[in-house]
Ligand binder design. Sequence first.
Ligand SMILES: [Zn+2]
Length: 313
Amino acid sequence: MTFLRSYRTVLAFALAAGLFTAALVMGRTPQGLPTLMLPEDQVTHVSDHVSVIIGFPNIGIVVGDRATLVVDTGLGPRNGAIAAREAQKLSRGPVLYLTTTHYHPEHAAGEGGFPTNTLLVRTIEQQKELEQRGMQFVEMFSSRSAQMKELLAGVKFRPPDITFDREITLDLGGVTARLFWMGQAHTKGDELVDVEPDSTLISGDVVQNKMVPNLPDDNASMKSWVEVLSKLRSTSWQHIVPDHSAPGDGSLIEQNYQFFSQLEARILELKRQGKSADEAAQVLLAEFKAKFPDWPNLNAIPNVVQHVYKETP
Ligand SMILES: [Zn+2]
């Protein structure tokens, strides 16, 4: 019982830190810890105007003739400086935009490493959330390891230069990037970036590649997340770039929608039948292992069950 309880705490914590998922797709240090530093000179070309630094998390770089957009910062200013440098190597124009897919530290807390004239853009919903919980997450991550503490030392969040409600389109010169918010999912302020001429979606945590939903706290909503995925199904993209898993093609949306909606429906069904969350978790773990055998982090299903039980009255 004690083991189970502490295991669950550790699992929830690891999920909150994004480490559980990230460790599955990233390199590890000799100590077995996931690499927190972004790699240098290792940019992957995804489409005409989009490149990605594969790391913790994946960093999108959209390059136009006039401006460059970086999506997410890496953990702390040292990583932010790497992301900015990689972007500058690819840049053709003088303007640098930065946006963040959500407020968690590996996505937003590296902003201080960007040049001071960088134009920071984000949705109002995410900005509110960052002001409410941003430092709390920085402290939580800092308590995880000495390296995280060092990387996040002195982090402060500055106000954005541009905010938007539902969407904004940035003209980068020869390519546009539509930044948009569709509602609560992994956080309240999840943002996605549609690089329209490339048919490329930079999807943050909202669309991943075979990842069980990461619902770290009550700012996440399984119900709303399924609704967001359902709406995304009406658009097709050629390339999808998630933040904590490998880039893939447009089929990732349907793949996520099927997994998420089926999991949610089964959890609610078992809840209605009077099963406890622990019983439902055991049933669904077995069921989804049989149905989706190649998803690597199915052991995160009990966390989803707990979350949905709490979320649904
Ligand atoms: Zn996150």
